[in-house]
Design a protein around this ligand. Sequence first.
Ligand code: ADP
Ligand code: GN1
Ligand code: MG
Length: 372
Amino acid sequence: MTREEKCANKLEAVQAFRLPGKILSCEKYGNGHINDTFLVIMEEDGAEKRYILQRMNQDVFKDPAKLMNNIVLVTDFLKEKIRERGGDVERETLNPLRTADGQSFYEDSIGSCWRVYTFITDAVSLDQVRTPEDFYQSAVTFGRFSGQMASFDATQLTETIPDFHNTPKRFETFCAAVEADVCNRAAGVREEIAFYEAHKDDMEYCAGLLAKGAIPLRVTHNDTKLNNIMLDMKTGKGICVIDLDTVMPGLSVFDFGDSIRFGANTAVEDERDLSKVSLSLELFETYVKGYLEGCGGALTDEEIRLLPYGAKNMTLECGMRFLTDYLQGDTYFMVHREGHNLDRAHTQIELVRDMERKWEEMEKVVYANKGC
Ligand code: ADP
Ligand code: GN1
Ligand code: MG
């Protein structure tokens, strides 16, 4: 079934949530690579109200019921925290709605699973940093999220994607994809394959330290892209962390690193002109400051030392995942053009090369800010 076919019953899904008023529109929305997201506009008593409808990607998330259980647990927990500090629970966390029969998601007649969130109003999610302040705000907000989740009982959570950031395992999957070469694409990407083979040791470094107990496993977000955060349109402040599908035990340095990979790149993730790709040291420093501030002193000295390694690890891992998906026929990430995953892999390779050129400066930035 194509994605369009899987989304055929979107209006049936909207109805299952008994949203008040009449449906004005239900259109594709946002730039996520995983779920099918729609903006639903309802009209009630002459006023418009917005909602986010999502078809959960069941190829990626095999058990929607367990996934939604995680989201309900995490958002209920966050609501308590927000109430304690007198915040606005409607805007500072995702709010999953219930179906008419009290379920957190709706399974339609062809097996597609849907959820609805209230729309976070007067806020934006960005695909590229506009000003360093945006990035600083996202750092503080993701850091604060990790700090808040420190007192959450991780044993309640299902691992929604096992081995999600197990980079050595991702490398094995990549090697198997090269070997299988189901689309006969490997011959055209020999250099890219060699790049990842040459970086095998780098991709084992953080995982090795975790295995030795040198860094702790924490409850982390695991998908800390800039567009997974909402910024207030008026104040510019980071208000809410979204896309909670991958909240699971993980490494703080990977949450940090994924933000750098996406947000401190001077080009967009799928830029074809590789001369635009580089690591902005200014944005790197901005994020270090904001993240350490947001975490509120929770990170150990070893975690702080490893921040540049987290950035490199996540850029290597993500690029290798894009290349793996290219080799396997683009079945995982949503693609919008021929070679889209390969273009994405190229930006990630270029970004790693630039990090390697700027490695000493990255370490100096972390050292200079470690007291933040
Ligand atoms: P994916 O897993 O595919 O990345 P997301 O949950 O990140 O899906 O949603 C995609 C986009 O939809 C986000 O980047 C954001 O722009 C928008 N979005 C998601 N949830 C909300 C919400 N509750 N309010 C406003 N916008 C949202
Ligand atoms: C996906 O869901 P989205 O678009 O926020 C992916 C991340 C990748 C990212 C690359 C569940 O994130 O792991 O880093 O694309 N999410 C999942 O842009 O695989
Ligand atoms: Mg997202």
